[in-house]
Write a protein that binds this ligand. Structure first.
Ligand code: DON
Length: 591
C-alpha cells in the first residue's frame, strides 16, 4: 500500500469517525440495574441484520424442544444424549453419554485420551464445576520443551512428550457418580455400540480425516481411520474395534480399567516405546477436582462459569465487569462496539496471560480479578476513541479441535461441557490396543514463558511446566441465569483463546443486543487476546467502514475465516432452543 493510499484511508476513516456517536457510550459511574437493550427471556428478539454478503443467511431456525435439548458438534453424539434423556436420564447422564459418544464419532476432539471442564446447575439450585483437565506427568520439568541452545522445540505439540495425563474417563465418571442417575454401562451404551458396530461417516469427518492423513499415519491410528489405506467415504461405516473394547472395559470396571488396568498397561507401553514420560504412577495418581464455580452478576443476569485450571471464567467475568461500566453498550457491528470489546478483552487477557494458572500450584488473585472495583479501574483506562497498545508478536495458525456440548433436561438441570485433545487429533500418538489418541495439552503451558504457544498466547511464569500441575486452559463452559434465577443459556466453545471471547459475544448478543439464539450464533465474531496486539474479525462479517474506523482508532485489524465453534441452548417460552455452531458440524436436537 502506498503512503498516499494509507493516508487517504486514514482521513476517510477520521471523517467517518467524526460522524459516529461515541457520546452514546460513556463509562457509567454506577452500573444501571437495567439497560434499554437487555430483554429478559421470552421478550421479543430481533432478527439481526449483518454486513451484506455475510455467509450465514437470516432465518436460520433453531431446534426446539419442549422438555429438553442437546447441542453438540456431532449428530450421532447429540442423538446419543437424546436417547439417554428419553430413557429417563437427567442432563448429567446425557452429558456423560455425549462425552463418550464424541470420543467415537468426533475423534479430532472427542476423546478418552484428553480432558475437559464441566459446569453443572441442577434444577434445585446446586451448582458445581468439574475440572478434569490433564496434568503434567511427574517426570515433567520446566524446560523440557527447550533445547540446549535455549530454543523452544515443537515437542509440546507433536509426539509422546506433548501429552498430559488424561482426565476424561475419571472426569465423566465423577460427574455421573455425583449428579447422574444411571450407571456407567447405561450411559456408555450408545458409544460402545457405535465403536464396536461402526457408525456412518459424515462429510465433516471425511474431510477432517482426509486432511489429517499424514499426521495420523505417523502413528498406529492409521489402520483404524484408513482401513485398506483409504479414508472411509461419507456414508461408509467406520468401525473402531479396539476403542469399543476399551469403552466396554470402562463400562464394566469403571475408571480403574483406564487408570490401573489393561488400558493403563497399553498406554504406558506406548509411552515407553515412543520416549514419552507418562507412567503407571501418573495414571494411578490422576484425580478430577470439584471446584467452586466462578459466579458473577451482570446487570441482573448470573454467570456461572469455570475457575482455574481454566482461565475462561475469570477472564470472562473480568470482561463482563468492565463492560458493565458502559451503558448502554454501543450497537452491534459498530466500530465503537468492536473497539470497546477489543479494549476490554485486551485488558482481561493481559491479566489472564500473566496471572492465571493452576491455583493448586500458584496463588491466583481470583477475588481481585473478578471484583467490580478492579473492573472499574480498568474501565476508566479505556479511551473510547483510541486503541491502547501491547507489543506485537507473530501468531500461529489455529487448529479447531476442541468441542463443547450443552444439555438441558425436563427438570431444568443444565450441563455445559468442553473437552479437547488440544490440537486436532491431539499429539496424534495412538495407543495400540487401546484404540484412542493422546492429547497434546502440554502446549497449553507456557513451555517457555514469554514465547507464544500454538495459539499465539504469550504467557508468564505462573503457567510454566511443573510436575502434577494442570496447564492453563481457555475452555469456558458457562450457564447464564436470567433475572428470575432460571437457566437462560447453556453455552461454551472450541477455539483456544477465542473460546473466551466467542462465548462472551454469544451471551452479549442475547442479553445486550436482544438477538434470537440463531442470530446470536450466526452473528459475525471478533477476537482480541492482548498479544498479538490485533483485532481479529471474521471476513465479510463487518462493514468495510467499521474496519476503516477501527484502523483509524489505531487498531491493527486482521480478517480470518471463522472464529470459534460454539454450541448453545437457550430457554424460550414453552421450552428450549438449541443451535449448533453454524461454522461447524453437529446437531441440536430436543423433544
Ligand atoms: O484448553 C485450551 O484452552 C485449549 N487446549 C483449547 C484448544 C482448542 O480449543 C482447540 N480447538 N479449537
Amino acid at each position: 500500500m502506498t503512503a498516499w493510499h494509507h493516508l487517504s484511508r486514514r482521513s476517510t476513516a477520521a471523517a467517518l469517525l467524526a460522524t459516529l456517536t461515541l457520546a452514546a457510550c460513556r463509562p457509567a459511574s454506577t452500573p444501571p440495574a437495567t439497560s434499554p437493550a437487555t430483554p429478559g427471556a421470552g421478550d421479543a428478539r430481533y432478527s439481526g441484520t449483518f454486513a451484506g454478503g455475510w455467509r450465514f443467511p437470516e432465518a436460520r431456525e433453531a431446534a426446539f424442544g419442549e422438555r429438553s435439548m442437546v447441542s453438540s458438534n456431532s449428530d450421532l453424539a447429540t442423538e446419543a444424549g437424546v436417547e439417554i434423556l428419553k430413557s429417563g436420564g437427567n442432563s448429567v447422564d446425557a452429558a456423560v453419554a455425549v462425552g463418550f459418544a464424541l470420543a467415537v464419532t468426533y475423534p479430532f476432539a472427542g476423546n478418552i485420551g484428553g480432558g475437559g471442564f464441566m459446569v453443572i446447575r441442577m434444577a434445585d439450585g446446586r451448582t458445581a464445576a468439574l475440572d478434569y483437565r490433564e496434568v503434567a506427568p511427574l517426570a515433567a520439568t520446566r524446560n523440557m520443551f527447550v533445547d540446549s541452545l535455549g530454543k523452544l522445540t515443537d515437542k509440546s505439540v507433536v509426539g509422546h512428550l506433548a501429552s498430559g495425563v488424561p482426565g476424561a474417563v475419571a472426569g465423566l465418571d465423577a460427574a455421573l457418580q455425583r449428579f447422574g442417575t444411571m450407571t456407567l454401562a447405561q450411559v456408555m451404551a450408545p458409544a460402545i455400540r457405535m465403536a464396536r458396530d461402526g457408525f456412518t461417516v459424515d462429510s465433516a469427518l471425511y474431510r477432517s480425516l482426509s486432511g489429517a492423513r499424514q499426521r495420523l499415519c505417523r502413528f498406529e491410528g492409521c489402520s483404524t481411520f484408513f482401513p485398506d489405506g483409504q479414508v472411509v467415504p461419507p456414508g461408509g461405516t467406520l468401525v473402531q474395534a479396539d476403542l469399543g473394547r476399551s469403552l466396554q472395559l470402562i463400562a464394566d470396571r469403571g475408571p480403574e480399567a483406564f487408570y490401573d488396568g489393561p488400558i493403563a498397561d497399553a498406554l504406558v507401553a506406548e509411552m515407553q516405546r515412543g520416549g514419552g514420560i507418562i507412567t503407571r504412577e501418573d495414571l494411578h495418581a490422576y484425580q478430577p477436582k470439584w471446584r467452586e464455580p466462578v459466579v458473577s452478576d451482570y446487570r441482573g443476569y448470573t454467570l456461572i462459569t469455570m475457575p482455574p485450571a481454566s482461565s475462561g471464567g475469570i477472564t470472562m467475568t473480568e470482561s463482563f465487569n468492565i463492560l458493565e461500566r458502559f451503558a448502554p453498550l454501543p450497537a452491534f457491528g459498530t466500530p465503537e462496539y468492536t473497539h470497546l470489546l477489543a479494549e476490554t478483552f485486551r485488558r482481561a487477557f493481559q491479566d489472564r496471560n500473566a496471572k492465571l494458572a493452576d491455583a493448586d500450584f500458584v496463588p491466583v488473585p481470583r477475588d481481585e480479578l473478578t471484583s467490580k472495583t478492579y473492573a472499574t479501574g480498568l474501565a476508566k483506562q479505556i479511551d473510547l476513541r483510541r486503541a491502547s497498545k501491547t507489543p506485537a508478536f507473530e501468531t500461529a495458525p489455529e487448529p479447531e479441535h476442541t468441542t463443547h456440548y450443552s444439555v438441558v433436561d425436563a427438570m431444568g438441570n443444565a450441563v455445559a461441557t468442553t473437552t479437547t485433545l488440544n490440537g486436532g487429533y491431539g499429539s496424534a500418538v495412538w495407543i495400540p490396543g487401546g484404540g484412542f489418541m493422546m492429547n497434546n495439552e502440554m502446549d497449553d503451558f507456557a513451555a517457555q514463558p514469554g514465547s507464544p504457544n500454538m495459539f499465539g498466547l504469550v504467557q508468564g511464569e505462573a503457567n510454566a511446566v511443573q510436575p502434577g500441575k494442570r496447564m492453563l486452559s481457555a475452555m469456558s463452559p458457562t450457564i447464564v441465569l436470567d433475572r428470575d434465577g432460571k437457566v437462560l443459556l447453556v453455552v461454551g466453545a472450541a477455539g483456544g483463546p477465542t473460546i473466551i471471547t466467542a462465548v462472551s459475544q454469544v451471551i452479549l448478543n442475547v442479553i445486550e443486543h436482544g438477538m434470537t439464539l440463531a442470530d446470536a450464533m450466526r452473528a459475525p465474531r471478533m477476537h482480541h487476546q492482548a498479544l498479538p496486539d490485533q483485532i481479529r474479525v471474521e471476513s465479510i462479517g463487518f462493514p468495510d467502514q467499521t474496519l476503516v474506523a477501527l484502523r483509524a482508532m489505531g487498531h491493527e485489524v486482521v480478517t480470518t475465516q471463522g472464529i470459534a465453534n460454539v454450541n448453545a441452548v437457550m430457554r424460550v417460552p414453552g421450552g428450549w432452543q438449541g443451535v449448533k455452531e453454524p461454522r461447524g458440524s453437529g446437531l441440536a436436537l430436543g423433544y
